[in-house]
Write a protein that binds this ligand. Structure first.
Ligand code: F6R
Length: 612
């Protein structure tokens, strides 16, 4: 949800900022802007509506903006429509403060009224312009230093923010403030950087600092000073980013999404190997030793979007294998319904970014109730990773495409590992079965590669059926969890209307929408449910639906019913989601490309949703 970047060094800032913003464009892309200053000169601001390339053209690839210190922004609109006026950076009334902001200021109306009483006027509809003026107001009223004025503003503002601020009377300095929105800081010889996400600065440095909630910083040329909310200077540890910058490049693929779909075998394998040597699953590093595992009475999984769909699959797998009761909840609902969490409860929060506002709030609610929490998180050092009692890191590497693929699969592998280990430690499976499950988990990466081999047929299918109005996904049990994710992938990147239904539920209402040619994708990979799902598919077929069937090799009788079949390699029925979803990702991808859309940047969406 918006990307910010800052540079303070010896080189021309604008081209570096544009390059950084390009890496952050997945966070928002409805407008963009830069503010750059040359020594003690004026702060020059340029903003443009539309994709980053419009800003690049407007500034002649950054060459028309002179200066070695600056900030940049790519926007995903929250307050105010996408327009040049609402684009960041925003300037205060007396042009003394210029800032970029990622996050949302909840009490901006109240602050706006206060500032209006002091003769402030506003040119945009954004909450950020309010923040910029509040900072200027406090500087004047209390004759404050930049850190002092920022601290006062932080205490007054409710909501989330990562702010990068230039002060007219402080050349060669960039001020930063953070609460609940990500920000990373990098320092090298004579240069310093800040950004919403590591890929924006990785080319320049791998040595980074994570600024925490309610902390501030001042970037000088090659240095950074940190402050707490009381204005006291604090020390922070530097961390090295170990993954490669190349991991965040397209590497010959047309889109990040396609590259990431094909990185799934590795993401899943790396995640498995982080806890499993092929013989044993060892969860001690995440403090789930045998005693801990035996003491779990109940599990609540909270997450949003695709991560929630991992939770739905996890509910089936963990309950069936370990017999621990599992409840799965949308984080946005969980936090507002006064949830009851029992003794010996384990709350698992699943999040790729580790910054999703609702998931973070759910985690905090669980902690407030004194319950043990586990984060399944991809981004190292993110808020959920830092605040959860323990973290199971998925090793998917940076995920750039807005629609998740490889992080989703790595999350699935993480929950499978938990399920198998819990089942064994709690005596629900014997040593032999435990070994059999581990062997099956180890075989999954190779089988994902195999299921991706069907890509040409899916491409052909998308070209032929890309104009369908509605798509329904139906399945039972684990296959229903698969359908939820397949349907989300389809709608978010191809803008086709799609819905996922538990196959047995269709006849309770939704089947009335099925008419001649309606596309219905039936997922049927569970041996014990195969016949039942098939009969639901026949119900659809007899109403004229066009049927796509997805099943495991061996279930060839499906071809008597369906019009088009997709086969996945055989695996234990608990793990079929991990082999089926990649085909549905490909289907969504090709439908999107076929319509001339950019699957990496679907409209209205952002990679990391740091607002409620
Ligand atoms: C869908 C998608 C989203 C995310 C959701 C949670 O393709 O990517 O539904 O899964 O916004 O994000 P994280 O996992 O970062 O908490």
């Amino acid at each position: 949800m918006c990307g910010i970047v800052a540079y303070n060094g010896q080189k021309q800032a604008a081209p570096i900022l544009l390059e950084g913003l390009e890496k952050l464009e997945y966070r928002g892309y409805d407008s963009a802007g830069l503010a750059v200053r040359d020594g003690e000169g004026d702060i020059e601001v340029v903003r443009a509506k539309g994709r980053l390339k419009v800003l690049a053209e407007k500034t002649n690839e950054g060459k028309s903006l002179k200066g070695d210190c600056g900030i940049g922004h790519t926007r995903w609109a929250t307050h105010g429509e996408p327009s040049e006026n609402n684009a960041h950076p925003h300037e205060s009334l007396h042009a003394e403060v210029v800032a970029v902001h990622n996050g949302i200021i909840e009490n901006y109306q109240e602050i706006r009224s206060k500032l209006e009483r002091h003769q402030y006027t506003f040119y945009s509809q954004t909450d950020t312009e309010i923040a910029v003026n509040l900072i200027e107001y406090y500087r004047h009223k209390y004759d404050e230093t930049p850190i002092g004025a920022l601290r006062r503003a932080m205490m007054r503002i409710r909501g989330s923010y990562a702010l990068a601020v230039l002060f007219k009377d402080r050349p060669g300095e960039i001020y930063l403030a953070r609460k609940d929105s990500p920000m990373i800081i990098g320092v090298t010889e004579g240069e310093s950087f800040a950004a919403s996400d590591a890929p924006a600065i990785l080319k320049h440095t791998r040595h980074v600092y994570y600024i925490d909630n309610m902390e501030l910083a001042c970037l000088s040329k090659g240095g950074v000073t940190f402050y707490n909310i009381d204005g006291e200077q604090i020390e922070k540890e530097i961390t090295e980013i170990t993954w490669d910058a190349e991991a965040a490049e397209k590497g010959g693929y047309e889109h990040f999404m396609m590259k990431e779909i094909f990185e799934q075998p590795k993401a899943v394998e790396d995640t498995l190997h982080s806890v499993c040597d092929g013989q044993e699953i060892d969860l001690k590093d995440i403090h789930l030793d045998e005693e801990e595992i035996r003491s779990i009475a109940h599990i609540t999984i909270v997450a949003c979007g695709s991560a929630y769909h991992v939770g739905v699959a996890a509910q089936y797998v963990i309950e069936d294998l370990s017999r621990i009761p599992v409840r799965v909840e949308l984080a946005s609902e969980f936090r507002y319904r006064n949830p009851i969490l029992g003794e010996n409860e384990l709350v698992i929060v699943i999040s790729q970014s580790g910054e999703t506002a609702d998931s973070l709030a759910a985690l905090r609610e669980a902690k407030r109730q004194g319950v043990k929490t586990l984060g399944i998180v991809n981004v190292v050092g993110s808020s959920i990773a830092r605040e959860a009692d323990n973290v199971f890191y998925t090793l998917a590497g940076p995920e750039i495409a807005v629609a998740t693929t490889k992080a989703y699969s790595a999350q699935l592998m993480a929950v499978y590992c938990l399920a198998v280990r819990f089942a064994y430690v709690r005596g629900k499976i014997n040593k032999e079965e435990y070994k059999k499950y581990i062997d099956e988990l180890s075989a999954l990466p190779e089988k994902i590669s195999k299921s991706l081999e069907d890509k040409e047929r899916l491409q052909w299918f998308a070209a032929k059926f890309g104009n369908n109005r509605d798509i329904f996904y139906i399945g039972r049990g684990m296959d229903y969890a698969t359908c939820l994710e397949g349907s989300l992938k389809m709608k978010e990147i191809s803008y086709l209307h799609s819905e996922a239904y538990a196959a047995g539920e269709l006849k309770h209402g939704t089947i009335s929408l099925v008419e001649k040619g309606t596309l219905v994708i039936g997922v049927s990979t569970q041996n014990e449910l195969y016949e039942k799902t098939l009969s639901n598919m026949i119900e659809v077929k007899s109403r004229g639906g066009y049927l796509v069937g997805i099943t495991s090799y061996g279930h060839y009788s499906i071809e008597d019913t369906v019009d088009f079949t997709i086969y996945i390699p055989r695996t234990d029925s608990h793990f079929t989601t991990l082999l089926t979803v990649p085909s549905l990702q490909l289907l969504g991808y090709y439908m999107s490309v076929n319509k001339g859309l950019n699957p990496d940047k679907p409209r209205n969406l952002a990679k990391s949703v740091t607002v409620e």
